[in-house]
Design a protein around this ligand. Structure first.
Ligand code: NAP
Length: 518
């Protein structure tokens, strides 16, 4: 909580999804009202605003997929659908007074640090500029649709779109539809549309491990308890959290016993849903459970086994005017192609260009893979803070937990900068290269022992196999490490009126911790 002071530095938050809204709330808690949230769209919500495809929902339980400062009280649903998550976010923005800070329809295309003035200039898509002392990037990892450049795709005469850009004006009733991809999005959209279409082809490049989604409704008594007794709500959330840390994380970190159990469960789930042994064989992955993100779905397999649904495993050779031709020369006529092909996840802040001290380009700095100390700070990019940055995605638990830890950390850093400025000292915060290197060695060492490092491809790693997206340790460790800025990890800010910079200069940390740990 704030210590009651009003603090002033100009902060630009880019993006109004879960991360940007968390940052806004935590800035306010530190007494900082001088911030603007820039949002390219006309509504908030990030990926939950963009993904409106039929069946879209969250496979993390709602009581955990929510901020600690805004408990999710609607206990009728165990797993929220997309409309519920979006409504939750809108309510949070309203109730925490964030909405008036959001500037909609403002796409930031470039941010540039001015060495002389120690400020950032933000350039918008419509040619305007804004300045800020601090930039918080909250653009997400799952925001740029990956539409594969399939040969002939531009000649297709039907309708084609990505799951994150759903064409609601295109009725699917009675149509012949191809879905490309078999990740979490496909596993939701395919069962949701199968009953409406005449023919459905599911183009699978790689089979995924699928576990049933335990989405039974709460018993009315439990539902009432969760809604009305805060301690019961906290206990349930804590149970969900601890279960994921205790079961899923060890499996992802290579525990063979738990990995084997998950594999057995997944194979049993496959057998129960797909009677045809030939199809079952094609749907059986050849990599460790968890190497790619595990799909949670109880209706994916039964849908694939339906008569009018065909799983196509021959690679796509090309798109024609009338359909899709696979490498065995078979042409399947369709009038609709749905790309459930995921997102461009390893490019992080792109397509925004980010220019730091002495003209350094973040895209260049990250050429071999994105890296940031705590996933938040990049040397040579002063007062730039990243949310959901490199190595901060969770493969085993609710990512809202990491986002909230980042928001608290960043708000504390900004409060510190404001206090330094008020005292006439340099208000610059920049991680040292040594801090980043030590951090990255630790993260890479941890990642090397995970199943993600296995043979599969996934959105967690670059084309060269560098694991840039996931956090390989306990969530509580991340929360602890980010709880307050470590003075030794930052360059010394210039003294009043001075210019020199060395390491280890942060003198104090403002106020008491805000509790985000479970
Ligand atoms: P994804 O997991 O990256 O899956 C993309 C799919 O498209 C994969 O099957 C991939 O095949 C395929 N693909 C990509 N390019 C292709 C090409 N050129 N030809 C053929 N197939 C191609 O994307 P997603 O399903 O949108 O999910 C992304 C993430 O969003 C999830 O992992 C999850 O974190 C989140 N999400 C969560 C939920 C949920 O809560 N249930 C729902 C949706 C999304 P390969 O495997 O061979 O690359």
């Amino acid at each position: 909580m704030t210590d009651g002071r009003r603090r002033h530095v100009e902060v630009a938050v880019i993006g109004s999804g879960f991360a940007g809204l968390a940052a806004a709330v935590q800035l306010k808690r530190q007494g900082i009202e001088s911030f603007t949230v820039y949002e390219k769209a006309g509504d908030l919500g990030g990926t939950w605003r963009d993904n409106t495809y039929p069946g879209a929902g969250c496979d993390i339980p709602s009581h955990l997929y929510s901020y600690t400062f805004a408990p999710y009280r609607d206990s009728r649903v165990r797993y929220p659908g997309q409309p519920q998550v979006l409504e939750y976010l809108r309510a949070c923005a309203r109730e925490h007074g964030v909405e008036r800070h959001v500037r909609y329809g403002t796409e930031i295309t470039a941010v540039r640090y001015d060495d002389g003035r120690g400020q950032w200039t933000l350039h918008t898509a419509d040619g305007r500029t804004h300045t800020a002392d601090v930039v918080v990037s909250a653009v997400g990892q799952l925001h740029r649709p990956n539409v594969p450049a399939l040969p002939g795709a531009e000649d297709f005469e039907g309708t084609a779109f990505h799951t994150a850009r759903w064409d609601h004006g295109h009725p699917l009733e009675g149509r012949s539809v191809a879905v490309v991809g078999t990740g979490s999005s496909a596993a939701q959209v395919v069962p949701a549309i199968a009953g409406r279409v005449r023919r459905l082809y599911v183009h699978q490049r790689t089979a995924n491990w699928v576990l049933p989604k335990p989405d039974a409704r709460f018993h009315p008594a439990l539902s009432l308890l969760l809604r009305t007794v805060p301690a019961a709500h906290r206990a349930y959330r804590s149970l969900l959290f601890r279960r994921s840390e205790a079961v899923l994380l060890p499996a992802l970190r290579g525990n063979r016993l738990i990995g084997g159990l998950l594999r057995t469960m997944a194979l049993r789930h496959l057998r129960a849903g797909v009677p045809d042994p030939g199809l079952r064989a094609r749907l059986t992955p050849d990599f460790a459970v968890g190497c790619k993100r595990i799909v949670l779905s109880s209706d994916w397999y039964p849908t694939l086994a339906r008569d009018h649904v065909e799983v196509v495993t021959q690679p796509i050779a090309r798109v024609t005017q009338k359909g899709i031709e696979t490498s065995d020369g078979v042409h399947r006529e369709v009038d609709t192609i749905i790309y459930a092909t995921g997102f461009r996840t390893t490019e992080f802040l792109a397509p925004m260009t980010v220019t730091g001290r002495e003209g350094r380009d973040l895209g260049e700095v990250w050429r071999g893979g994105a890296r940031a100390y705590l996933g938040i700070h990049v040397p040579d990019f002063p007062n730039l803070f990243l949310m959901y940055g490199p190595n901060t995605n969770l493969g085993h638990n609710s990512v809202i937990l990491t986002l909230e830890a980042q928001a608290v950390h960043i708000a504390r850093c900004v409060a510190l900068l404001a206090d330094r400025r008020a005292a006439g000292a340099g208000a610059v915060m920049e991680a040292t290269p040594q801090a980043l290197q030590a951090w990255q060695e630790r993260v890479d060492e941890g990642s090397a022992h995970t199943v993600w490092a296995g043979s599969c491809t996934s959105w967690f790693k670059t084309g060269d196999g560098v694991l840039t997206n996931n956090w390989p340790f306990r969530t509580t460790l991340y929360q602890r490490l980010t709880a307050r800025p470590d003075p030794a990890a930052f360059r010394r800010p210039p003294p009043p009126g001075g210019t020199s910079a060395g390491a280890g200069g942060l003198r104090h940390v403002p106020d008491q911790p805000t509790r985000t740990e479970l």
